[in-house]
Design a protein around this ligand. Structure first.
Ligand SMILES: [Zn+2]
Ligand SMILES: [Zn+2]
Length: 350
């Protein structure tokens, strides 16, 4: 099969003939129809995330947000058949541990992060392990390009906003970082009745946040974001959301909260932080702030997400800024180092 392969960190992907994936008894092989190029791919491509066990062994095929059609089904797989349209959460459970048993497959004790722990979907075909636990049927009405962005950024934000943040109608919901995760969160929080304030240093990203329903935007290059948010909210945001994971956005997000506010950390850190960010700890105590983490989403929560997409309450397709052939994926990754992409870029030709 054709695949775009990481042979060396930080070097262009090599599009080449790669051995076809083999289907184990609990697996399916999916023909990839669309695959999103995600900031997490960029992190893996530059060699980040050794500190959380996500640095892939090379050669490696990236890709963890995709949609496609089942090509082959393992002997033990019961819920899926050849020809089914499918999507996956990148956070894959084992189906057996106590977290999986209680419905929290996204934080499975034996978690498999698709596209990092195994080869991913920058390829014509990919293998999905433990298909009955982790695969999701994709309705006919949602096209593959829109669905590709559901596998990571959109579903990550859906879980973080709808399940973790505790957002209520009318809340101020401040989002630092208007990349794919931040823009998805803007749309989702807005659809749940929150007043979203998007913060970024790029006006084109802030314009996109506005078009997705943001109540207000703040360009943190031009003004102090904490002061701006205190002014807009008259005392602080109910919820803050760090979509990026750098020290500055994480701390500024927490400092933007009102008393008893909740911070949701979604972005993982980069090399500079190496997983550690010092926080305004005394303020966390004094203001009774809550700090919550959020990772991916469970396959069973897709039902709620997909039905909101089908009924027109959510529009993942609005985040797609461009579709490209597999050959152009490498140059998109390279431009991400300078935060040069707006919205989601989806590979739809393999
Ligand atoms: Zn498990
Ligand atoms: Zn991703």
């Amino acid at each position: 099969m054709k695949a775009a392969v990481v042979e060396e960190f930080n070097k262009p992907l090599v599009v080449q003939n790669f051995p076809d994936p083999e289907c184990g008894p609990n697996d399916v092989i999916v023909q990839v129809k669309a695959n999103g190029v995600c900031r997490s791919d960029w992190h893996a491509w530059v060699g980040d995330w050794e500190w959380i066990g996500l640095k892939p062994e090379l050669p490696h095929i990236l890709g963890h947000e995709f949609a496609g059609i089942i090509e082959e089904v393992g002997a033990n797989v019961k819920r899926f058949k050849k020809g089914d349209r499918v999507v996956i959460p990148f956070s894959m459970g084992c189906g057996k541990c106590s977290c999986c048993q209680t419905g929290h497959q996204n934080v499975c004790e034996n978690l498999t992060i698709f596209g990092f722990a195994c080869n991913g979907s920058y390829a014509q075909y990919t293998r999905v392990p433990l298909a009955d636990v982790n695969l999701v049927h994709l309705p006919e009405s949602i096209d593959f390009t829109a669905a590709a962005s559901l596998g990571c950024r959109f579903m990550t934000s859906f879980h973080a906003v709808a399940d973790i943040s505790g957002v209520k109608a009318g809340d101020f919901f401040t989002i630092y970082g208007a990349g794919g995760v931040g823009l998805a969160a803007t749309q989702i929080a807005n659809s749940l009745g929150a007043r979203v304030i998007a913060v970024d240093i790029d006006d084109s990203k802030l314009d996109m946040a506005k078009s997705l329903g943001a109540f207000a935007t703040v360009n943190s290059k031009n003004e102090n974001p904490i002061e701006a948010i205190m002014e807009i909210t008259k005392g602080g945001s109910d919820i803050s959301y760090d979509a990026l994971g750098i020290a500055e956005t994480c701390r500024n997000a927490i400092l933007s909260l009102r008393n008893r506010g909740t911070h949701v950390q979604v972005g993982l850190t980069s090399k500079e932080e190496g997983g550690m960010i010092s926080l305004p700890t005394d303020l966390i105590v004094a203001k009774e702030l809550q700090i919550k983490g959020s990772l991916g989403m469970q396959a069973h929560r897709y039902q709620a997400l997909l039905s909101m997409v089908e009924s027109g309450q959510l529009h993942p397709e609005k985040l797609v800024s461009k579709t490209i052939p597999l050959e152009e994926a490498s140059s998109v990754l390279e431009s991400m180092g300078q935060y040069g992409t707006v919205g989601s870029i989806i590979i739809d030709r393999f």
